[in-house]
Write a protein that binds this ligand. Structure first.
Ligand code: COA
Length: 201
């Protein structure tokens, strides 16, 4: 019902909700071969019940304003998604997770969708740090993070992991540098900052 166009290729970002469990499961079945080596996400949705439970978990996070989940449709087919695994308004930190099914790679879908999420988190919600946790071996994921303007710092506590973060340049949450603070303040630049280990659930 509600869709944000991601470009001229008929790609759309839409809410992904509990009632879409069957469509979500079919997509997870196409995606799990690509996703499983990197993040524990498709592994949480292995049948209708578990797919529904995963979607419900994110519906509950959204209701509590602690997370969100969106699907990416390409010419009417659900081919991937982006989520806020963590959305902590008290600290101003959030963490984005992303995935695609193999056939949807290489089109910039995730870069375009994640840009929308980051803009919303920073400009609408006043978040001051967006995290992207990727294995150091996950070159495609790291390429997206770099494309999004993120910078990284390897964390000794996280084996084989590289935590990549995005944060407005040296300002308190939502300060645009011109005295405007809070939601909708604009932030032109970003700096690295410390993060934490995580999974994608
Ligand atoms: C990580 C993952 C989402 C990256 O997928 P991706 O297709 O490389 O990322 P994007 O959708 O942003 O596409 C980028 C590619 O499209 C190209 N592209 C085309 N149009 C583009 C556009 N408008 N904007 C940006 N890139 C574009 C880029 O040049 C890049 O091409 P490349 O494949 O030659 O490098 C995917 O590999 C995946 O699902 N992996 C498994 C799950 C996972 O690892 N998740 C992340 C955990 S941290």
């Amino acid at each position: 019902m509600f869709a944000i166009s991601l470009g001229d290729d008929k790609a759309e970002l839409r809410p992904l909700e509990v009632w879409q469990d069957e469509e979500f499961l079919a997509h997870m079945d196409r995606a799990r071969e690509l996703v499983d080596p990197w993040i524990p996400f498709a592994s949480f949705a292995t049948d209708r019940e578990s797919a529904r439970a995963l979607l419900r978990r994110y519906a509950e996070k959204q209701a509590a304003d602690t997370g969100r989940l969106y699907g990416i449709w390409l010419e009417g087919t659900l081919v991937g998604g982006v989520l806020f695994r963590i959305f902590d308004t008290a600290s101003g930190n959030c963490e984005i997770g992303v995935w695609l099914e193999p056939a949807a790679q290489g089109r910039g879908l995730i870069t375009r969708a994640a840009e929308r999420l980051i803009d919303w988190a920073v400009y609408e919600r006043g978040m001051h740090r967006v995290e992207w946790d990727a294995s150091a071996a996950n070159t495609r994921s790291i390429a997206v993070a770099k494309r999004l303007g993120m910078t990284s710092s390897t964390r000794a506590w996280s084996r084989h992991a590289e935590s990549t973060h995005l944060t407005p340049r040296g300002r308190p949450t939502g300060d645009d540098g011109n005295g405007q603070t809070g939601p909708k303040a604009r932030n032109p630049g970003f700096l690295p900052c410390p993060g934490r280990a995580s999974d994608a659930s």
